[in-house]
Design a protein around this ligand. Structure first.
Ligand SMILES: C[S@@+](CC[C@H](N)C(=O)[O-])C[C@H]1O[C@@H](n2cnc3c(N)ncnc32)[C@H](O)[C@@H]1O
Length: 302
């Protein structure tokens, strides 16, 4: 595995909000406080969700739930060993490693966070999957560093909510996909039909704390997928099977609030309480939801 020469290792003060957010939160909140390989929500079987006080990063139930989420998202793509998969917004490489290990396919992870790419590189080396997995530094809002019609499957998990320009991302995904190539994705979304007041009240407050640029809904995503020339095959929620994630957000919120009530209050803890509080409220009242889609680049005509 190599990190491509496109990876600019210089430190830049022009980092995007999402890159700064993951610089600050990858080592602590995500890798120690959630899961060591996957930075996304899970799908839990009954009894699998860790209880209050359990160390999430050590939880076998959470580890199974996050892998199950990947499986449910990618299933419609039918990924096979001869495929070249692009994982756009690849985190620390958990999905790339899972796909290469289980399908034997080639995967290229794309990310605008250099710290995560370095962690991912180490994980791939440890897993002995260098021959199948590579990484590219790129901003998915701008361009995807692949030739036209060269990729079989694009995977995009809880990442596009950060992009400044999701239309451009989908145009790029469409450009790099081979005819009949597939994009499978899961994203943070606003419920269709929210009023402007509801969007302002429940969605806007969670955007800055999570470095999210604003949330699509199923219908706005449908429009931009179609504009990008992609044919939607599935667009679904998780039929309530993602509900245990809300319990975990609530547990985190309660734990942080207990610290605050006990007098342990730092600006960091206050910030996290606001962050988890806004997500908890929007999810609980149904303004926020997780949805997944699968879309195909049509066969060339003529
Ligand atoms: C919630 S994490 C999900 C990571 C990974 N997909 C997973 O499921 O474990 C969001 C990811 O998107 C990446 N990201 C955010 N904005 C991006 C952009 N404009 N271009 C490329 N990657 C981006 C972040 O650095 C991070 O790796």
């Amino acid at each position: 595995m190599t990190v491509s020469k496109h990876l600019d290792t210089s430190t830049s003060d022009k980092k995007k909000a999402a890159e700064r957010y993951y610089d600050e939160n990858t080592p602590g909140i995500y890798l120690k406080g959630w899961n060591r390989d996957h930075i996304h929500f899970g799908l839990f079987e009954p009894g699998e969700c860790p209880g209050p006080g359990e160390v999430l990063a050590d939880s076998p139930g959470l580890a199974r739930a996050v892998e199950r989420m990947v499986e449910v998202i990618v299933a419609p793509a039918g990924i096979a060993a001869h495929h070249h998969v692009v994982d756009a917004g690849c985190g620390v490489g958990g999905t790339a490693i899972h796909l290469a290990r289980t399908r034997g396919c080639r995967v290229t992870g794309v990310n605008l966070n250099r710290m995560q790419l370095e962690i991912a590189t180490g994980k791939v080396r440890e897993a002995g999957l260098d021959h199948l997995i590579g990484f590219q530094f790129a901003d998915c809002s701008l361009s995807l560093p692949f030739a036209d019609a060269s990729i079989d499957v694009v995977v995009n998990i809880e990442s596009a909510c950060h992009y400044d320009d999701r239309k451009q991302f989908l145009r790029e995904a469409s450009r790099i996909l081979k005819p009949s190539g597939i994009i499978v994705a899961m994203d943070w979304m606003a419920r269709d039909g929210l009023t402007v007041e509801e969007y302002d009240k429940f969605i806007v407050p969670l955007c800055t704390p999570f470095a999210v640029s604003g949330l699509e809904s199923q219908s706005t995503y449908t429009d931009i997928l179609r504009e990008a020339g992609l044919e939607i095959l599935q667009f679904e929620d998780f039929d309530g099977k993602d509900a245990d994630n809300l319990r975990l957000v609530e547990n985190a919120y309660n734990f942080l609030s207990t610290l605050q009530f006990s007098g342990i209050e730092t600006p960091g803890i206050r910030g996290l309480i606001d962050q988890f509080g806004t997500l908890y409220e929007a999810w609980r009242n149904g303004s926020f939801e997780l949805r997944r889609y699968c879309a195909r680049k049509p066969e060339e005509t003529g």
